[in-house]
Structure formats: structure tokens, C-alpha cells
Write a protein that binds this ligand. Structure first.
Ligand SMILES: [Zn+2]
Length: 399
């Protein structure tokens, strides 16, 4: 079976002043429409226990555009506005499936500025991309080639907090084909001191520059906090500095995670991870740093889509599975395992590195369900039905 894989190619571009103004206007309208639709859906639910779907919000948008105070929505391409409603629909679907938190309002300062264009709202010809409401193609830096003959189905334009512009093209990539199957499986634990620990005993460190970059970020944030409220120009400058350092951290992290997930997916047929949900991560002090949280979700999503590309399997094991307290040799459960304990010896005589032991337990639990026919299902399916592996199940299924 050949699967057609869609893949996003992201590039920087440099808009003209006219294009930048058009895009900024579009971002503003996207945010406005998203927030109004979210308010309408929230209100309908809170007051009337009524669920509003995409079609209803789309009809609302048509009505909003006819009012005097929202007539400005007609000035931008209607496609990104429709896309915003689709994104909101997706956010609600994920929320109802208990995969994410309730959708939040987009803030003018903090939210990512972006606008999505489907094929009716852009023209891609001779390697030039022109968006709706624009006369000139975007000045894109083609840092890597698009696949031969690829035609984008969706184009997303965004601007980060440091003011840089990006365009992401979603295209079918015929080059991506399932890899030959391998027999290897790996358990992957999100550690404390390390980015990841594998059941093979390998520990993968955070990129070397991350510590220095974080120190720089902390310094820039302190500097911003010191700037007085009234001091507009210096405050804005300090804020841009924070955004710049942060942008560099996220760029480097993305590169690092790309290399890592490609390697893990190539080397292994089955990859077992812990199902850390958003909710859990936010309430958990040790993981609460925004950067670590984002790194984990990014890691997981890259792992999942690459596994789908290459015909691999990702299994997420229930987050209540006591992977650090369980001896991976004899299966005895320790009563307490404070975070300060890095190595420990079980009554059976086995000495464990805390994180490696946890990764081995994850692997065993994942393989137990995988080997047991009924338990094998695509990860997304299992978390939707809430049927991920519980500790008891995993132990029962162990040989
Ligand atoms: Zn033991």
C-alpha cells in the first residue's frame, strides 16, 4: 500500500510594506473571528447546553460581515477567516476527546499570528507564491527545495514574536515511503536531568546550547521586568530582545528534535512513550517550565507523524503507570520513589538507574498490549476511547 504523505515545508519570507500591512490586517481579522466564534460557542453551551458546529459559526461569520461595526472583515480574504473557524472546530474536537484543554481566546500580544490559505486563495506558479488580495508574489527564501512537481494544498503565513515572517506550504511528498520493517522496539522516558532516556540505557541530553540560551532568556526577562511601565521605547526594546532569544531557543530545539525523532523512527519498529497529557504536565511542577512542556508535545507529535510516514508504531502508555516505582527485573512495586533518588537497588538484587528502569517498564507495558492483538491500535484511537494501558492490564499481560 502506498500512502500519500503530506508534509509541511517552512520558509522565511520578506514582505513588502504593502504585503506586511495586508497580512497584519488579516491576522487581526482572524483573531477577531476566532474569538467571536469561541465566545458564541461558549455562551451557547453555558446558557443552553447547545453545541455549535463549524457550519453554524460559518453562517454567523456571513452575518457579522453584514453589520456596520464588523464590515472591516470584508477587507481581507475570506479564506483565512473560514480557516480560523475550522481550527476552532478542531480545537473543540480535541477538547471533547479529552486530548487538550478548553480552547482559549487569542490575545493580541501573546498568541501566534497566523493565517491559513487554502488553494482557492493563493496561486502557485513557476515557483512563485501569490496570496489572495496581493499583486506581487511573496519574496520567499527557498532554503530547501520543494519535492519535484509538488503543489501546495494549504499555505500558512505567520509572524513570530521577534517579527520574523514565515510561510509554511503543505504538500504531498512522494519521496516519503514506508521503511522496511525492523524488529527493534524502544521505551522512551521523558527524564529530568536529561531530555530523554531510552530503554537501551542511552541518555539523550538537552542540546548543549540550551543551558546558555536559557540563562540568556532569564537575563532578558529580568531586564524587561526592570523597565518601568512608563518607559515605552525601552520596554518595547527589552520585549523584542526576550522574543528574539526565545525564538532562537525554539528554532534550535526544533532542529534537535527533528534529528532525534527521525533517528528513533528509523531505528525502531515500535516506540513506547508515556501519555503525558497537557493537563497533567501543567499541574506537575517538575515539568512546568514552558519550554520543556513544549518540547515534549513537539517531540511526541513529530514522533507520531514520522511513524505514520514510515510505517512504524507509537504506543502511549497510561500516565498513571508507575514506571519509576516498578522494578523492571522482578516486577516488585516500591512504595516510595522520591525524585531525589537517581539509582536504587531492589530486594531482588537488581540495581537500577531511575530513568533507564522507567524506560524499560514503559517498553514492557507497551509491548504487552501490542503483542496481545486486542490491545494494538493506533495511539490516537486508544487515547480517544480512554483505553490506554493501565498498570494492572500491563502486568496481567506480561508473560
Ligand atoms: Zn526487583
Amino acid at each position: 500500500m502506498t500512502t500519500r504523505v503530506k508534509r509541511a515545508y517552512r520558509y522565511r519570507f520578506y514582505p513588502t510594506d504593502v504585503q506586511a500591512a495586508e497580512l497584519s490586517r488579516t491576522f487581526g481579522c482572524v483573531r477577531k473571528v476566532y474569538n467571536m466564534a469561541l465566545a458564541a460557542r461558549t455562551e451557547a453551551w453555558a446558557l443552553r447546553q447547545e453545541r455549535i458546529n463549524y457550519n453554524t459559526t460559518s453562517a454567523m461569520l456571513t452575518a457579522w460581515k453584514k453589520t456596520e461595526e464588523l464590515a472591516f472583515l470584508n477587507d481581507v480574504s475570506s479564506v483565512p477567516l473560514q480557516q480560523a473557524l475550522r481550527h476552532l472546530q478542531a480545537a473543540f474536537t480535541a477538547f471533547f476527546a479529552k486530548q487538550s484543554m478548553y480552547p482559549r481566546f487569542k490575545s493580541r500580544k501573546k498568541s501566534r499570528k497566523s493565517a491559513g490559505y487554502t488553494s482557492s486563495a493563493f496561486r502557485f506558479r513557476d515557483g512563485k507564491l501569490t496570496l489572495a488580495k496581493m499583486d506581487q508574489p511573496l519574496d520567499i527564501v527557498w532554503s530547501r527545495p520543494l519535492p519535484e512537481g509538488a503543489l501546495p494544498s494549504t499555505v500558512t503565513v505567520s509572524q513570530d514574536a521577534a517579527g520574523r515572517w514565515f510561510v509554511s506550504l503543505l504538500v504531498e511528498d512522494p519521496a516519503v515511503q514506508p521503511l522496511p520493517a525492523t524488529g527493534s522496539a524502544v521505551g522512551i522516558d521523558a527524564g529530568l536531568g536529561h531530555l530523554l532516556t531510552l530503554s537501551t540505557g542511552e541518555k539523550i541530553a538537552n542540546p548543549g546550547h540550551e543551558r546558555r540560551d536559557r540563562a540568556r532568556l532569564a537575563r532578558a526577562q529580568r531586564n524587561l521586568a526592570r523597565k518601568a511601565r512608563g518607559d515605552g521605547a525601552n520596554r518595547a526594546k527589552a520585549r523584542r530582545k526576550v522574543a528574539k532569544v526565545y525564538a532562537r531557543i525554539t528554532d534550535r530545539r526544533r532542529d534537535h528534535l527533528h534529528k532525534l525523532t527521525t533517528r528513533l523512527v528509523r531505528e525502531n519498529q515500535t516506540l513506547v512513550i508515556e501519555d503525558l497529557t497537557v493537563r497533567n504536565m501543567l499541574s506537575n511542577g517538575k515539568l512546568s517550565r514552558a519550554i520543556s512542556d513544549a518540547a515534549w508535545s513537539q517531540f511526541r507529535s513529530m514522533l507520531e507523524y514520522k511513524a505514520a510516514w514510515y510505517g512504524r508504531e507509537v504506543i502511549a502508555v497510561d500516565r498513571w503507570f508507575p514506571s519509576s516505582k516498578l522494578c523492571s527485573v522482578c516486577g516488585t512495586l516500591q512504595k516510595r520513589m522520591p525524585l531525589s533518588v537517581r539509582t536504587w537497588t531492589c530486594d531482588c538484587g537488581a540495581t537500577h538507574d531511575r530513568d533507564v528502569n522507567a524506560a524499560k517498564n514503559l517498553l514492557a507495558a507497551g509491548l504487552a498490549v501490542s503483542a496481545c492483538g486486542a490491545g494494538v491500535r493506533p495511539q490516537r484511537e486508544s487515547s480517544r476511547t480512554g483505553q490506554s494501558v493501565t498498570k494492572q492490564e500491563a502486568l496481567r499481560r506480561e508473560p
